[in-house]
Design a protein around this ligand. Structure first.
Ligand SMILES: Cc1cc2nc3c(=O)[nH]c(=O)nc-3n(C[C@H](O)[C@H](O)[C@H](O)COP(=O)(O)OP(=O)(O)OC[C@H]3O[C@@H](n4cnc5c(N)ncnc54)[C@H](O)[C@@H]3O)c2cc1C
Length: 443
């Protein structure tokens, strides 16, 4: 058990904040999560694809059975152009399964957050405080005071900003850095938006769970994932000009997209168009697809950023949430190391800052490369240039090309860490061995 007085405040109870709650609970570190919504489990947002890099850590935490119940493995990825002509299927999901012993699995945000929340012990669930919008962070000699817009405030040793792409914690961290004369000052608007994304959730129809289809072409691409209960399509649309400003999207913007692109075929048989899906929609959203990696992820051992607050990808390669969950694994390992090596009752802010820096150093290059890959995939699918179109239609379909790239990426995925302190059996056995084995109960 961590010493009394050591308490972590997690701002944001999305998938990454809830993973942080699980990791802290398993480490016996006291914490609270402050979530601005009325519940951390909400029926909103696009479906998410979980990859072996995060599934392995989630299975390590004992979530395998529950996750398998609400997720479907992805099979072939079929692809057509805007007129419904086949441009070659990709076998990448089968390569991933072969290399890592687990498929990519599609899940709704509701089911994912429900599994994360319900796997917390009851006393830890009571630490997820809802209707708590973080509005201010003050640092002092011993840690932080986090204030919410309902007037409540909470003392902690440090705060984890898991509050998404428009992170208030990141913005407050910047203000503290400016006021204190620190040279670790992040850009005000660290992310660049080149694409908008319309996502539409509609009934599963005749599609089998796990069906994946993409429609590529100049000016728009679609990506459809069929889950257990519903199907979600994301539509990627380049902006006329990239911007760092926050864009407000309206209902009229959605309608305009449907009038322009409603004819696009979405399913492998071409029978369902974007307009059909929109008319049957259970839910839809239009969002900016910001991209970028924040320069500074922590301040003075008192504030640290994870997930979309620290890095934002286009969703084309389905990596944003996965990367955020792996951030939590590395951060938890580094904080525990600092707790063990400190000669004080618990680590000083200076010792914590060393742990936070080490966390960022472990994650930074992987995250930067993931961000680039996602942007490249979005550009390729919207045929941003004649070269992207050529590669997309005439090079990517070759199976030896896919195998080459998937085997290369498998080497990187195999480096993904797991929690140092959660004993578990390995359940993912693939052709590429994991760099770090699961800790056994003696660890
Ligand atoms: C269309 C689409 C499809 C995607 N598909 C995939 C995919 O297949 N795979 C994948 O890995 N990723 C995917 N992503 C990305 C993924 O959704 C994000 O990377 C992931 O949700 C990030 O999780 P997070 O917890 O860091 O942030 P968020 O999900 O944004 O959660 C932040 C949480 O913080 C709360 N919050 C915000 N501000 C405050 C505040 N001031 N005080 C308290 N609480 C606050 C919010 O209410 C929210 O609950 C997709 C994204 C989009 C848009």
């Amino acid at each position: 058990m961590a010493p009394a007085g050591f308490k972590v405040i997690v701002a944001g109870g999305g998938p990454v904040g809830l993973t942080a709650a699980i990791s802290l609970s398993k480490a016996n570190i006291d914490f609270i999560v402050l979530e601005r919504n009325a519940s951390a489990v909400i029926d909103a947002g696009s479906n998410l694809v979980l990859s072996p890099m995060s599934l392995r850590a989630l299975y390590q935490c004992g979530l395998e059975e529950d996750l398998k119940r609400v997720t479907s493995p992805l099979g072939d990825l079929t692809r057509t152009d805007h007129s419904g002509h086949d441009i070659g299927k990709l076998d990448i999901f089968n390569h991933i399964k072969h290399n890592h012993g687990e498929s990519l699995r599609v899940v709704s945000r509701h089911d994912l957050t429900h599994v994360l929340y319900s796997n917390l012990p009851v006393d830890a669930q009571s630490k997820i405080l809802t209707n708590k919008k973080v509005s201010r962070v003050e640092t002092n000699d011993t840690g932080v005071i986090v204030e919410c817009d309902d007037g409540t405030s909470y003392d902690g040793t440090f705060v984890i900003g898991a509050d998404g792409a428009h992170s208030t914690v990141r913005q407050l961290m910047r203000e503290i850095a400016v006021a204190s004369g620190s040279d670790k000052i992040n850009a005000k608007q660290p992310f660049l938006t080149t694409y908008r994304g319309l996502w539409v959730r509609f009934p599963r129809l005749h599609l089998e769970p796990g069906v994946t289809n993409e429609t590529h072409g100049v000016g728009a691409s679609t990506q459809l994932f069929c889950g257990e209960q519903s199907t979600v399509v994301s539509v990627y649309l380049p902006l006329e000009k990239p911007t760092r400003d926050r864009i407000r999207h309206t209902a009229e913007d959605k309608e305009a997209i449907i009038s322009q692109w409603g004819h696009l075929p979405l399913t492998p048989d071409g029978k369902v168009t974007l307009k059909d899906a929109y008319e049957m929609r259970l839910e839809a959203g239009l969002v900016s697809l910001e991209e970028g990696v924040v320069e500074y992820w922590s301040l003075d051992g008192k504030v640290v950023l994870v997930g979309d607050a620290a890095h934002k990808f286009t969703p084309s390669t389905g990596m944003g949430c996965n990367m955020g969950m792996v951030d939590v694994v590395v951060l938890a390992n580094e904080v525990r190391k600092a707790m063990r090596s400190s000669s004080h009752v618990y680590p000083t802010p200076a010792e914590l800052e060393v742990a936070f820096e080490s966390f960022k150093n472990i994650r930074y290059d992987v995250v930067v490369s993931g961000c680039k890959q996602s942007g490249t995939a979005t550009a390729a699918s919207t045929w941003a240039s004649s070269i992207s179109q050529l590669v997309d239609c005439h090079i990517a379909p070759f199976s030896f090309v896919q195998k080459y790239f998937m085997d290369r990426s498998a080497q990187q995925v195999a480096q993904t860490p797991v929690f140092d302190y959660i004993p578990s059996q390995e359940v993912m056995h693939g052709a590429v061995p994991w760099n770090k084995s699961m800790p056994d109960s003696k660890a």
